[in-house]
Design a protein around this ligand. Structure first.
Ligand SMILES: *Cc1c(COP(=O)(O)O)cnc(C)c1O
Length: 392
């Protein structure tokens, strides 16, 4: 190993550590479920996106085992090269039905779905209008596309309108794509989707909504797009099978033509190995559960509502959570690390989220309850916060 490379990496890591920004991976000794074990200690897990507890559900595991027996563990190559199993087509049809679209394309992850769809739909000379708090995979997809990108202040539809008005006034026939998370991943609030739909009508722009933190959490297993009644005005829905669906994979649900284009132009579809059978079967089993049982999603959303109300009463700033993510704003990174350690001592695992994942000065603890949490688990988290309430 060349010493210059080692020295450069070491310098970056030391600098991150000095600024309380160094990150490390914690090893857990149990499956990822509502209570986990770390270093021999049992902790309440409060930072997983496995909102419905399906990632360790035996019904998904059984479906994956059966599929492994039948279809094996790998898929060999990209679907365009070596073909696809019937499970791929089945899952795409199920997801299209859930989203109410004509078609759907599976990717290996939500990250790859965003990379693929944005760069397939727009390119140099086009314009992307993007919320400042959009997920990193949208940001990276925008960069890959080499389109012009205009960032608007969080959820400010008026600002998005100004950007589009100016672009249209300057003339040209360039394409405009508006991209937004529906439920924002680090803030838990919901984008102003009806306003964005109206703007896209006015300026002939295309609307892409990322439902990663919403799919499965609203009535019927839908996301926020259906809950807000705007499915007809959204051109492209991006989603993931890796969060509430407890499995792995990403998807884009849209028209026959958009999906056909993706199969021909989305580089992260074309040059990426297809998802293997066990993962697809687990997602199909998750959809059976999610579409038929409202119990888990109402439990997780009740937990989230109770956490938000209780922490607000204690004087914490929790933003405006609307699904199952409750951000507890702390401010500076060092204090957020202290709060994280305090929670850990109190038996609650919820790691601080620091820059650059969130803007400077907005470090936070991001609480994600699960449907499988007992009320006593939620009590533990609330008690831990009560003992470090902000001095006012
Ligand atoms: C997690 C997330 C993704 C990425 O999905 P993966 O399947 O984990 O790659 C994309 N968009 C948003 C908004 C997310 O929160």
């Amino acid at each position: 190993m060349r010493e210059s490379l080692v020295a450069e990496c070491r310098a970056v890591l030391e600098d991150l550590d000095r600024r309380d920004l160094l990150r490390t991976v914690v090893d857990i000794e149990t499956p990822s479920r509502s209570r986990i074990r770390i270093g021999g200690r049992e902790l309440v897990l409060m930072c997983s996106n496995d909102y419905l507890g399906l990632a360790s559900d035996p019904r998904l595991a059984k479906a994956a085992q059966d599929a492994a027996d039948r279809w094996g563990t790998g898929s060999g190559a990209s679907r365009l090269v070596s073909g696809a199993t019937p499970l791929h087509a089945q899952l795409e049809a199920r997801l299209a039905a859930l989203e109410g679209t004509e078609d759907c394309v599976l990717f290996s992850s939500g990250y790859l779905a965003n990379m693929g769809v944005i760069s397939a739909l727009v390119g140099p000379g086009d314009l992307i209008v993007s919320d400042e708090l959009n997920h990193a995979s949208i940001i990276d997809g925008c960069r890959l596309s080499r389109a012009d990108v205009k960032i608007y202040p969080h959820s400010d539809a008026g600002a998005a309108a100004s950007v589009m008005r100016r672009a249209r006034a300057e003339g040209g026939s360039r394409r405009i794509l508006v991209a937004t998370d529906s439920v924002f991943s680090m803030d838990g609030d919901v984008a102003p989707l009806p306003d964005l739909v109206a703007l896209c009508d006015e300026f002939d722009a295309w609307l892409m909504v990322d439902e990663a933190h919403a799919t499965g959490l609203f009535d019927g297993g839908h996301g926020a797009v259906h809950a807000l009644g705007v499915a007809g005005g959204v051109d492209v829905v991006v989603g993931t099978c890796s969060k509430a669906l407890g499995s792995l994979g990403g998807f884009v649900a849209s028209s026959t033509e958009v999906c056909g284009l993706l199969r021909n132009r989305a580089r992260s579809f074309i040059f990426d190995t297809a998802l293997p059978g066990p993962v697809l079967a687990a997602t199909l089993a998750a959809l059976d559960i999610v579409e038929s049982d409202d119990g888990p999603r109402s439990r997780v959303r009740n937990h989230a509502g109770r956490i938000a109300r209780s922490l607000a009463d204690l004087g914490f700033d929790v933003g405006t959570p609307e699904a199952a993510i409750v951000p507890v704003f702390i401010g500076d990174s060092a204090t957020s690390l202290d709060v994280g350690r305090h929670l850990m001592e109190a038996g609650v695992f919820a790691r601080p989220i620091r820059p650059p994942t969130v803007p400077e000065g907005t470090a936070r603890i991001r609480l994600c309850p699960m449907a499988t949490h007992e009320d006593a688990d939620i009590d533990m988290a609330l008690d831990a916060f009560a003992r470090c309430r902000p001095s006012s």
